[in-house]
Design a protein around this ligand. Structure first.
Ligand SMILES: Cc1ncc(COP(=O)(O)O)c(C=O)c1O
Length: 350
């Protein structure tokens, strides 16, 4: 129990997987005739939509992924949700969908979190509440054109670590025979089509023994893009901290935050620049994949051009740079450490 007398669910918090769990409430708003409804909190997890809906045929849909954490003092914290609102608005524009205004986005997220208080993992459990905002084009349609109606929904699910092994365990990535996104395509937007096309790359990577796919740029297949559901971070042997610059990768909220921490906290020289993988491979000391779900997942080895290449200590140990950044980020996200950047946002429960 807590000060609100809301009993938490009786879950094995420390051993949650990354799977959907039905919670009590979800936020649901609709767009029609040029305007958004106020939105409401509903219990039904099902959606009934027209069989001609453009989201079903032409992939006119997008989504976001973020987390709420319980701080040591019991506060419930979001991490930079305005950036998710902005990214969803950018994706909506690219797909000719109506933007969800920031105020409606934040209201939906906060209400979905607040109304599922019992499902938010307690402080120290290693788990968090994953939040999934979703925008889809619906309504009767046949030809290739934008929808005339839209649904904005936000649901939540308590989750544990994204990759098997959990926490800070080392993962491996593999470059497969598939590309993710074209330079002027939709790679920097969070639309489901990017992920549908990537399912086969993840499968191929897993058949090679890796956890996830690693993508090179699709124009030349030379430069590092990103992993299937995370951006890439590199601690170089020359002491710099690098993240690949590319127009075809998702602008990760986690990566943008870590670049700030690497500079401010570790005093490293940070660079966002194109990384020609084979040319720079021998200068990479530590690699990690980062994202809301992945947090910072250190990469022990990668499969590229028919060979495994290992990083720090033959890929057997997490390197000191990623370890420090992981702890610093988690401490800020869970309110253990002061947040000088104003990145966390409290969701008032009462
Ligand atoms: C393709 C892709 N890249 C990167 C990320 C990481 O982005 P963020 O840190 O905003 O979660 C994600 C997931 O969220 C993703 O799906």
């Amino acid at each position: 129990m807590n000060s609100l007398n809301i009993a938490k669910k009786d879950l094995d918090w420390a051993n949650l997987g990354f799977i959907y769990m039905k919670t009590d409430s979800r936020f649901h708003a609709t767009w029609e005739d040029g305007k958004w409804s106020e939105g409401e909190n509903i219990t039904d997890e099902m959606m009934v939509i027209h069989e001609g809906s453009p989201s079903l045929h032409y992939g006119q849909q997008c989504f976001e992924g973020m987390k709420a954490q319980t701080a040591e003092d019991g506060r419930v914290l979001l991490f930079r949700p305005e950036l998710n609102a902005e990214r969803m608005a950018n994706t909506a524009k690219r797909l000719l969908m109506p933007e969800v205004p920031e105020a409606l986005f934040l209201k939906g997220v906060e209400e979905a979190v607040r109304n599922n208080y019992a499902w938010i993992p307690p402080y120290g459990s290693g788990a968090s509440l994953y939040i999934r905002p979703l925008l889809i084009g619906i309504g009767e349609n046949l030809g290739l054109r934008p929808a005339t109606k839209y649904i904005f929904r936000v649901f939540v699910s308590p989750v544990g670590p994204y990759y098997k092994g959990g926490g800070l365990s080392l993962i491996s990535l593999a470059v497969t025979n598939y590309d993710r996104a074209a330079p002027l395509g939709t790679g920097k937007f969070k639309t489901g089509a990017n992920y549908a096309g990537g399912l086969i790359s993840t499968k191929s990577a897993q058949e090679l023994g890796a956890n996830e796919a690693l993508y090179l740029d699709s124009a030349e297949r030379k430069y590092l893009d990103e992993a299937g559901s995370a951006n890439i971070l590199l601690a170089m042997k020359d002491g710099s901290f690098v993240t690949p610059e590319s127009d075809a990768i998702l602008p990760s909220v986690t990566r943008r935050s870590i670049m700030v921490l690497a500079k401010d906290d570790l005093g490293m020289k940070t660079e966002e620049r194109p990384v020609e993988l084979m040319k720079e491979l021998s200068n990479i000391e530590e690699m990690a994949a980062c994202g809301t779900a992945a947090v910072i997942s250190p990469v022990g080895k990668i499969w590229v051009y028919d060979k495994w290449h290992a990083f720090h200590k033959d890929g057997e140990e997490v390197g000191p740079v990623m370890l420090k950044l992981y702890q610093t980020l988690l401490d800020i996200q869970s309110g253990v450490r002061e947040d000088p950047y104003g990145w966390t946002r409290e969701v008032r429960i009462d």
